[in-house]
Write a protein that binds this ligand. Structure first.
Ligand code: HEC
Length: 479
């Protein structure tokens, strides 16, 4: 390894020495704490894979994360984890799971400072019980897009122990008797240990519908746009499996969301660029190119490059009629194990006459199909789309669980939805006095409550379903 003498001497020493027992230059303190910054990073970038029964060893508790801190530091610094190939600065993606420089700094300085948990707060147990330990959390049970219009179970797939990477195809019949317009879809694997990615398309039209990855489990088109699903058509799921230690039977399910007002919709279509005519580039690597000129105005929504072993980089660019060039995607060090679409955070309008191009570099020895390598794009033809405020970047992972104390009066009990309406006083650190709904986890608790009861309870936040009441005590019964 070569290190620039002035640059990051510490980092070089660490790389050479591995986890050091004693380092003269170690910073003994950091302001970064597990309970704050680190849990936040794990929630947003890691626990969708690093969870019990997930794709990789759990990074949920303080102890698990502390034990892995040197590997975490290394994988964050070399951008090996979380897996994401697009280079920052060349397009903003809704499903970007790369760590920001600031997050990398947090992880590495936390590891180097012996992983502090929190600010050393001590709970005496007199006034308030110690809160439960802070942990990373990902809610696999809920549908991010809400309750679907149609849920389709996939046929079961059996994987042998330590099954090598394989792509399985499943065909689903939504039994459509008329054309329907699809505005979103969401997927749930049956067994999270073995599914790396899924890509969906329509069998009859070849329309690409987007994909699933552990960190972005849904496709949601911008308002007013939809994919057409013709009557009688089928959805094909291409599932990328990697086996687990034992045999696994996976049975996922696909949720579909249809437009209720098809009249005013604009259709989303496919574009495809077939990168080929390999030319031998200077360093012996192979360069594949493709280009197309847009014959009408187009809004680009998402890109999905096919990636094959030996890929070095992929660059997608748009050369506009005025000569300006915009890079849509630049990816290198692309993790082959994690095929992903690149979903633009905002649809990109391109005028008629724009030239779309792709350049891919492959290692000299890479086995490449003569027909070329496909880059699929989803796009909406026509004038620029009305711009909507961008969706919250991370609607996926709720913030870590927190507990507060509530005192109030039950206004009504909704047994059907498992919720109670409570009028309560100020809850310091959470919200002011108000009347609002809370879910009640335990059915017995719910049954015991009646309108007019005065209660004391814990409010638990951080769940995807909203704040919930636990440890409910009725301090005065309604009569
Ligand atoms: C898309 C899934 C996925 C995401 C997201 C992800 N990982 Fe991983 N990670 C894996 C898999 C799979 C492995 C290898 C499995 C194993 O070793 O058990 C792994 C391995 C690791 C390793 C071990 C590497 C080694 O040398 O043994 C570390 C450390 C790690 N991940 C940290 C992280 C951190 C930190 C994040 C979040 C910033 C993260 N990962 C996000 C899937 C993921």
């Amino acid at each position: 390894m070569r290190c620039h003498p002035a640059a990051a001497l510490g980092a070089c020493c660490l790389l050479l020495a591995g986890p050091p027992a004693a380092r003269a230059h170690a910073q003994p303190t950091t302001t970064v704490q597990f309970d704050r910054e680190i849990v936040h990073i794990l929630d947003n970038h890691c626990v969708m894979c690093h969870a019990p029964d997930g794709l990789a060893f759990p990074l949920v508790t303080y102890e698990q994360t502390y034990a892995a801190r040197w590997k975490i530091r290394q994988d964050a610094l070399n951008r090996h984890m979380a897996p994401w190939g697009a280079v920052a600065g060349y397009g903003v993606f809704a499903n970007d799971n790369g760590l920001t420089q600031r997050e990398i700094d947090f992880l590495s300085s936390w590891a180097e400072s012996y992983g502090p948990r929190n600010n050393g707060q001590v709970y005496t147990g007199i006034a308030a019980a110690a809160p439960p330990p802070v942990q990373a959390h990902f809610d696999f049970s809920r549908w991010v897009l809400g309750n679907p219009d149609l849920q389709l179970p996939l046929p079961p797939t059996t994987l042998a122990p330590r099954q090598a990477a394989t792509i399985q195809h499943a065909t689903l019949d939504p039994k459509l008797t008329a054309d329907r317009w699809l505005t979103g879809l969401e997927y749930k694997p049956g067994d999270r240990r073995v599914v790396h990615a899924v890509s969906f398309s329509v069998r009859e039209t070849g329309q690409w519908l987007g994909g699933w990855t552990p960190w972005h489990p849904f496709v949601s088109l911008p308002p007013g746009l939809a994919y057409r699903l013709p009557a009688g058509s089928h959805i094909v799921a291409d599932i990328h499996y990697y086996g687990a230690a034992g045999a696994v039977v996976d049975r996922g399910s696909l949720a579909l969301h249809f437009a209720s007002t098809p009249a005013s919709l604009r259709a989303v279509i496919n574009l495809a660029l077939q990168a080929k005519s390999p030319v031998t580039a200077a360093a012996g690597s192979r360069k594949l190119v493709a280009a197309m000129t847009l014959e009408q105005d187009m809004n680009i929504l998402a890109l999905q490059p096919q990636i094959l072993p030996g890929v070095q980089s992929i660059e997608v660019a748009a050369r506009k009629p005025d000569g300006a060039t915009q890079i849509l995607l630049f990816a290198r060090d692309i993790p082959l194990d994690w095929p992903t679409p690149y979903v633009l955070a905002k649809p990109l309008p391109l005028a008629k006459g724009t030239q779309l191009s792709v350049i891919e570099h492959y290692e000299a020895g890479a086995a490449l199909p003569a027909a070329g390598i496909v880059l699929a794009l989803s796009a909406c033809p026509g004038t620029e789309l009305a711009s909507e405020p961008p969706p919250p970047r991370r609607a996926l992972s709720p913030s870590p669980e927190q507990r507060f104390k509530l005192t109030g009066t039950v206004k009504s009990v909704d047994a059907g939805s498992g919720r109670v309406l409570v009028q309560h006083g100020d809850i310091p650190g959470f919200m002011g006095a108000m009347t609002m709904y809370y879910s009640v986890g335990k059915e017995a608790d719910l049954k015991a409550l009646a309108a007019g009861d005065e209660i004391q309870s814990d409010v638990v936040t951080g769940s995807a379903t909203g704040p919930a009441l636990e440890n409910i005590k009725v301090i005065k019964k309604a009569h």
